[in-house]
Design a protein around this ligand. Structure first.
Ligand code: PLP
Length: 400
């Protein structure tokens, strides 16, 4: 339509949201659908957090706040970074936005000029390349496949950096693979970045608390203090605190960048919801013990899903270190025909036939920039996961 902008023409709608919507539509039409597409914990927000929000309403905390966050929350974020990551920031180096998504978007819009490149390891969270495009930059995707545990190697990072590189987006544990970099793996990437002072690091630590088997989570500014002044450390309460709907994300970095991000936010959404900010304050400063309980549940589900998917014919499912996703490879299924007669030409055809014939909704790998794979979000009950994996096994067994 001539009415629509060139900016819009550069991007596509989120395919993970599209799969969730399609599964909802089928379920509304009476089909027996199991949705493994959504990227959110199935657990409810902890009660102490809800109570804090109710208190905020009753206390009349219902007005505009400072654009990039109330001072109490910024202080709690500084304490969080020091306590959990050994990172020192002052409140002026902290910004709060409407979800992690807005934080990343603000940073890209505030910094990218046409021609600026952003290195994004693939498979990637679906929104990174589109946000870079919306901000006028050029996404440079670098494939990090199953053979390296879905992790970028230092040599790959070195080779991707050009004089035009502005940002390197780092996401560990990763959406969609669940892969998390060990301290040594991260140090090796940081050593490359130390040699290229013009490259800034956007570390998306959204799944920090979802790591298994005593995995030691680390973040770039922590393992290489020499990068502190050109790193934006991004995080949020959505995944760890089961608060996806509340929409609070935050980041810490150099004051000038934080100020610039605040300017973008001041001319778009202004402050994130005042009530949700008080809820996030309680999340970060209240009891943390439920994090371990949730982590145990997710680890049990990961073990279940990995073992069941590895029994599906043609499927290889690596065992990820964190998040609540697995990203199985389906090379062994491509080129076959399903029991329902669908040609499995690629991972999109696989996901579409799987949904049509078994009612299991997963997101195909091409949406995340690495094929042939699909992403399972295992943030749902053990019984539902068992049933879904059994259906996937039956679907794969039916391929010929
Ligand atoms: C890697 C990653 N970063 C950021 C986000 C955005 O989180 P929020 O819901 O806080 O905007 C998500 C959500 O799916 C994610 O997977």
């Amino acid at each position: 339509m001539a009415f629509l902008s060139d900016t819009l023409a550069r991007v596509k709608p989120s395919q993970t949201i599209a799969v969730t919507n399609k599964a909802r539509e089928l379920a509304a039409a009476g089909r027996d659908v199991i949705g493994l597409g959504a990227g959110e914990p199935d657990f409810d927000t902890p009660d102490n957090i809800k109570q804090a929000a109710k208190r905020a309403i009753d206390a009349g905390r219902t007005k505009y706040t400072a654009v990039d966050g109330i001072p109490e929350l910024k202080r709690a974020i500084c304490e969080k970074f020091e306590r959990e990551n050994g990172l020192k920031y002052t409140p002026s180096q902290v910004t709060v936005g409407t979800g992690g998504k807005q934080i990343l978007y603000n940073a890209l819009v505030a910094t990218l000029n046409p021609g600026d490149e952003v290195i994004i390891p693939a498979p990637y969270w679906v929104s990174y390349p589109d946000m870079v495009l919306l901000a006028g930059g050029t996404p440079v995707s670098v494939a990090a496949g199953m053979e390296t545990g879905f992790k970028l190697t230092p040599a790959q990072l070195e080779a991707a950096i050009t004089p035009k590189t502005k940002w390197f987006i780092f996401n560990s544990p990763s959406n969609p693979t669940g892969a998390a970099y060990t301290r040594d793996e991260l140090k090796a990437l940081c050593a490359v970045l130390m040699r290229h002072p013009h490259v800034w690091i956007m570390s998306d630590d959204m799944y920090e608390h979802l790591v298994f088997d005593d995995f030691d989570f680390t973040t770039p500014a922590q393992v290489e203090p020499g990068l502190h002044d050109r790193t934006l450390t991004c995080n949020g309460v959505s995944k760890a605190y089961c608060m996806t709907g509340w929409r609070i994300g935050y980041a810490a970095g150099p004051v000038e960048l934080i100020k610039a991000m605040g300017t973008i936010q001041s001319q778009s959404t202004s402050n994130p919801c005042s009530i949700a900010q008080y809820a996030a304050l309680e999340a970060l400063s209240g009891p943390q013990d439920f994090l371990a309980t949730n982590r145990e549940a997710f680890q049990r589900r990961r073990d279940l899903v990995v073992s069941m998917l590895n029994e599906a014919k043609g499927v290889t499912c690596p065992n990820p270190e964190g998040a609540f996703y697995v990203y199985p490879d389906i090379s062994g299924c491509i080129g076959k025909t399903s029991a329902g007669g669908a040609k499995i030409t690629d991972d999109e055809a696989f996901a579409s036939a799987l949904l049509e014939e078994t009612g299991v909704a997963v997101v195909f790998g091409a949406a995340f920039g690495l094929s042939p794979n699909f992403r399972v979000s295992y943030a749902t009950s053990d019984e539902v996961l068992r049933e879904a994996c059994a259906r996937i096994q039956a679907f794969c067994a039916g391929l010929s």
